[in-house]
Design a protein around this ligand. Structure first.
Ligand SMILES: NC(=O)C1=CN([C@@H]2O[C@H](COP(=O)(O)OP(=O)(O)OC[C@H]3O[C@@H](n4cnc5c(N)ncnc54)[C@H](O)[C@@H]3O)[C@@H](O)[C@H]2O)C=CC1
Ligand SMILES: O=C(O)CCC(=O)C(=O)O
Length: 520
């Protein structure tokens, strides 16, 4: 494997320190070391992206769609080498990574379809009304154009679907934005393989080289310089609250502030309604453990909080959870750092005098995370904000409430969330109706009789939510709507038809849907 990053078309070996993959299952440092970018490398990537922008954003829909599909094909063509490298760098099992590769390709293809459809452009035409009294109306035509070059910070926990060619990159490229990826240092080899696949797609599709660059950063300076660079117009990020907020601060301090779409921490409350518990406490417990321990709990949609009213049915749920969790082996986590942070967080919760340990998974050494299930009272939870902190891994806290009012008070105290799950039966509908307005204020996705892990990539998906689950609650980082993050509206007033973009010309040569005088 070559230790390359990609500054436009050029494969470059970085000279500013290096990052190395570490196999978290064995502790082995993986070859080769990947050289980090200098500030000059970051500057060159930004210059190339800026130079590519005007040509790239006016590519025909079909050409841009084929580009996205070519990236997907190229990723598949890497073959097993990609899966094996990702397994070595993340400790994630083969089946999970093969599934994630399929999802990554599916995301790229979904955005290809969206580009072909043209609906994302939000076209509106208000034809001139020269005879209108007392004043004539101008001809007004609106389309959305891309913001400009986008910097993407991929996630550690999805080395393909939220990484170099993941959802942020796919949606930004689909919008017409050149992308510069700051590769996550937890999986540099995987990133290099995918980076080359994207770079080759740029060349094969005859696009300007600056449409895509990917750098490694041995510290934080190159990534931060890109966020501060005046040619960069938006940022996509998935990771910790601290990391996301640091990038938001840099973006806000620029002479020209820019949006940062950071997906950060979420504990994804699961609310168990009384009738559902009565009818199927044991089955809910089993399903909960399966979701909690998926991928060693390293999902931002992990069910980190359970809320329910006290009683024998809740005790049955706890017993079922404890039984299932006791059989779960410790699972290798992504990096020694993530494992250490998880172990620290779980230990702090266990040491909290208001918390009881209800169950633990099996123990393990090295980077293996031991699952844990804690309980506390609603009163203690409401008093101690630290109990709301994300423990990134397979740990969850049950909040026992005295009654429905206390349960509502616990929900009202929560920070913003990516998901909220309700386990309900027919007899719970009234209780749920009362909770729904509160849940809508708290979460981006409200789901019933399931768990938030395993996000469907589709048109109606929302993978976002109020702060701190994201830095911008108005949008989503997964699904078709993600493209809107990288667009802004432009209105053309009285522009001669010959000068209008094709999407807005009188004859509508692209055949896209347009809102004409407010009517479809
Ligand atoms: N909620 C979620 O979706 C996820 C949360 N996490 C949390 O983040 C912790 C660490 O995991 P990481 O993936 O390494 O997240 P991280 O936030 O530390 O890093 C993510 C990316 O941002 C960059 N970065 C972070 N802070 C920065 C700064 N101040 N300036 C410039 N660049 C910066 C990193 O180099 C990396 O590329 C986990 O233990 C977990 O708590 C991690 C993955 C997903
Ligand atoms: O649950 C999923 O499929 C996606 C989770 C996610 O976005 C994340 O963990 O970063």
């Amino acid at each position: 494997m070559k230790a390359e990053m990609f500054i436009g078309a050029s494969a470059v070996v970085g000279t500013n320190g290096h990052v190395s993959g570490v196999n978290p299952a064995t502790g082995e440092t993986l070859e080769p070391p990947f050289g980090g970018a200098t500030l000059a490398d970051a500057d060159r990537a930004a210059a190339l992206a800026d130079a590519a922008f005007d040509a790239y954003r006016e590519t025909a829909p079909e050409a841009r769609a084929v580009f996205l599909e070519t990236i997907a094909d190229n990723i598949l063509a890497i073959g097993d080498a990609l899966i094996e490298r990702a397994m070595a760098e993340t400790g994630l099992p083969r089946a999970r990574l093969e599934g994630e590769r399929g999802r990554t390709m599916g995301q790229l293809r979904l955005f290809a379809d969206i580009v072909r459809d043209g609906g994302y452009l939000g076209l509106r035409v208000d034809p001139a009304m020269p005879e209108r009294q007392p004043l004539p109306r101008s001809d007004l035509r609106l389309r959305h154009i891309p913001l400009g070059p986008v910097v993407v910070f991929g996630a550690s926990n999805f080395p393909l679907a939220f990484s170099v060619a993941g959802g942020d990159t796919a949606s930004a490229l689909a919008a017409g934005c050149p992308v510069i990826v700051k590769a996550h240092s937890a999986h540099p080899g995987t990133s290099a393989l995918v980076g080359r696949a994207v770079r080759d797609a740029v060349a094969a599709c005859g696009l300007p080289e600056g449409v895509f660059s990917m750098i490694f950063d041995s510290g934080r300076a190159a990534g931060q310089a890109l966020v501060a660079d005046p040619r960069v117009k938006a940022v996509g990020f998935t990771g910790s609250r601290g990391g996301g907020l640091a990038l938001v601060a840099i973006a806000q301090a620029r002479p020209e502030p820019i949006p940062v779409y950071a997906e950060m921490s979420s504990i994804n409350p699961v609310i168990l309604l009384p009738q559902a518990l009565e009818e199927r406490a044991e089955a809910i417990g089993k399903g909960f453990v399966a979701s909690l321990t998926l991928g060693a709990g390293q999902f931002c949609t992990n069910p980190g909080l359970v809320i329910a009213v006290e009683g024998p049915a809740l005790d049955r749920f706890v017993a079922s959870t404890a039984e299932a969790l006791g059989m779960v082996p410790a699972a290798t986590m992504l990096t020694p750092g993530i494992h250490a942070a998880y172990a620290r967080g779980a230990a702090a919760t266990a040491d909290n005098p208001a918390v009881e340990v209800a169950a633990r998974g099996q123990g393990g050494g090295g980077c293996a995370g031991q699952a844990a299930f804690f309980t506390t009272s609603a009163a203690a939870f409401l008093k101690d904000r630290s109990l709301q902190e994300e423990m990134f891994g397979a740990a969850s806290l049950l909040v026992r409430c005295a009654d429905a009012d206390e349960l509502a008070a616990v929900v009202a105290s929560l920070e913003g969330q990516l998901t909220a799950a309700l386990h309900l039966a027919d007899g719970d509908h009234d209780a749920v109706r009362a909770l729904l307005p509160l849940l809508e204020r708290k979460a981006g996705r409200i789901l019933v009789n399931g768990f938030g892990t395993g996000v469907e990539v589709s048109h109606a998906m929302v993978h976002g939510g109020p702060f701190p689950s994201t830095s911008d609650a108005r949008t989503t980082s997964v699904g078709g709507l993600a493209i809107q993050r990288f667009l802004r509206p432009v209105c053309y007033q009285d522009m001669p038809d010959a000068l209008l973009p094709d999407a807005l010309k009188a004859a509508n040569p692209l055949g896209f849907d347009r809102l004409v005088n407010g009517k479809r």
